[in-house]
Write a protein that binds this ligand. Structure first.
Ligand code: RIB
Ligand code: CA
Length: 312
């Protein structure tokens, strides 16, 4: 059984990721925390509550976290990709949750859940890393209760929100640098380089839609996202970045990783938010922190795993 806390900014692909965790019998989803990102915090939090209700998991506590980056606030969200409300304008069609927020903030909820857990917990971060950076900075003792961080973010060969940077990292580079370069918690980074290669096509989506009510709703919620990726990919498909990260958290080794030091550009120039992996064999700095970067996988195996789980 894999114990998960998911920190998220739903978001369409976040929705697939949350659903994957909810429907997986080998996952104990102990909590969900929300962060600004694809849309504002109020919307990501409302969406997280409603997606969990959709999946029949109103038992999972939800707490809202950071509504802006650590240092340099900005107003850029990804509404053009996920829709104004973060769910293709369909958030209001989802079931309203009868139980609300956990009555505490995201970092406090993560601390409580980690303290209470009899086993270490995997934290899957699929939005900006602001909450995770705050958790580790304010409560360093929780490190011993974290099995590993599985982070969707970064791109070694270019970005998506800018030519250099991937959205989650770019949204809060200072938080990302703290987590990726300075912390000591075992970390797996699932990069854009790999998630794009795991794109699913219309056949995959049709099979999911035909699998039952949850699959049908997930595909319907993807409308805006699918339009964006039809242009980006050049064919009718989507990239469910965050679900690939949750899949790795559920099945360690599904993705093939390489250990490398990673830096994050925190300047104010065109490379802001860029992730720079040191691929040199002999690193100049003595024993720099290495993180496990997922750069390859059996792509059909990943797609099949996602469909088999989400389609029930
Ligand atoms: O770059 C992709 C990431 O940014 C995903 O987590 C997506 O949900 C957006 O947050
Ligand atoms: Ca996300």
């Amino acid at each position: 059984m894999t114990r998960l806390i998911i920190d998220t900014d739903p978001g369409i692909d976040d929705t697939y990721a949350l659903a994957l965790a909810c429907v997986s019998p080998d996952v104990d989803l102990v909590g969900v925390t929300t962060v600004f990102g694809n849309v504002g915090l109020a919307n990501t939090t409302r969406n997280a509550l409603r997606v969990l209700a959709l999946c029949g998991r109103e038992d999972v506590p939800v707490a809202a976290g950071a509504d802006r980056p650590l240092v340099h606030p900005h107003g850029h969200r990804a509404r053009q990709v996920h829709g104004e409300d973060g769910l293709s304008g369909m958030s209001d069609t989802l079931p309203r949750r009868t139980t609300g927020l956990a009555g505490t903030d995201a970092v406090s909820l993560m601390v409580r859940l980690l303290d209470e857990s009899p086993e270490p917990v995997t934290i899957v971060a699929i939005g900006p890393l602001t909450n995770v950076a705050l958790l580790l900075a304010a409560h360093p003792a929780v490190r011993s209760k974290i099995e590993r961080l599985v982070i969707m973010g970064g791109g070694l060969d270019g970005g998506n929100v800018t030519a250099a940077a991937e959205f989650n990292i770019w949204s809060d580079p200072e938080a990302a640098r703290r987590v990726l370069a300075e912390e000591s918690v075992p970390t797996t980074l699932v990069t854009l380089d790999l998630t794009v290669r795991c794109a699913v096509d219309s056949t995959w989506l049709d099979r999911l839609a035909a699998s039952g009510p949850l699959g049908d709703t997930l595909v319907k919620l993807s409308a805006t996202y699918r339009s964006h990726y039809r242009l980006s990919l050049g064919y009718d498909g989507v990239v469910i970045h965050d679900a690939v990260a949750v899949a790795e958290a559920i099945r360690p080794g599904l993705l093939r990783t390489t250990g490398m030091p990673v830096e994050v550009d925190c300047g104010q120039g065109p490379a802001r938010g860029m992730t720079i992996a040191d691929r040199r064999e002999h690193h100049t700095r003595d024993s720099p922190r290495r993180i496990d970067i997922a750069l390859d996988a059996n792509l059909d195996e990943v797609r099949a795993f996602l469909l088999s789980r989400l389609a029930g």
